[in-house]
Ligand binder design. Sequence first.
Ligand code: PEP
Ligand code: MN
Length: 337
Amino acid sequence: MIIILKENANKNDYDSLLGMLSEKGVKVSGINGVNHNILGLVGDTSKLDIELINAQPVVERVQRVQEPYKACNRQFHPEDTIVDVCGRKIGGEHIQIIAGPCSVENEDQIIETAEAVKKSGATMLRGGAFKPRTSPYAFQGLHGEGIRLLLAAKKATGLPIVTEIMAAEHLDLFADVDIIQVGARNMQNFELLKQLGRSNKPILLKRGLANTMEEFLMSAEYIMAGGNNNVMLCERGIRTFETYTRNTLDIAAVPLLHQRSHLPIVVDPSHATGLTSLVEPLSLASIVAGANALIIEVHNNPAKALSDGAQSLTPKQFDDVMNKLKPQIEFSGKILG
Ligand code: PEP
Ligand code: MN
């Protein structure tokens, strides 16, 4: 970290800054320039409060040399992390296609959808049991019963299951869930992230609606700081000024996150646009950009869906998408499953 000092810095203010830094255990060395004096900090600067340093009267500005995230940083872990989910690998050359309804609604719906997506080549099943809805009057999910139905669908198809957690106190209900999803709205629910850091479950962390990549990586860091390294980053579209789509898929996030982090990257083309017609092109683009997995909403009867029907594919539409994806995955030198 580098601190650029103001011209004509007051000696007392300067001494108090030095005192503050030495209390934090970092080594400080000074460089005297023509117009500015600069302090270089060496040591563990991750615990320093940049805003507080910036607010000191002698400080012009502070510049980080290293990113504030360590555990998820590719610099300290050059190899790709491969997350193992019931023997299926996410990361490296393996591609997983996670498919299923937005919400688990009843036994017939989840089993029928699970069987259909499996037949088309999906390798994991998604389905929400706890639903983060904008309206408190909208369907909130079947909670524990939804997880029970997902486990029944897993038993019927053998597909590992992915479902969203909304509160740390529900963690016990997720004991048999294969991947726990942290939804966009909870990306910065730091107490929840800390709890998940203490478990060893694979976590699919979605990017928040309006969060930067650095904030996203810092949330992954929260989980990893607790000792859980089984984290996957999911780009699911961000809020922009665009109104033709529900969100804007930040496709650049895929290669960029791969550069910054060793964690596997998942793309959700369903929430990214809210439009079924865009799921296929964005799925293909995501594979080309380097996604390690896709999570796609599919419903056995989207017109009757209790949530996100408008963006959910029918089993036939999903089958068509898979028929386009399979050769693309092969062409990219990757393996489905
Ligand atoms: C979902 O997966 O159904 C969901 C609510 O996703 P997100 O958190 O990305 O909005
Ligand atoms: Mn949804």
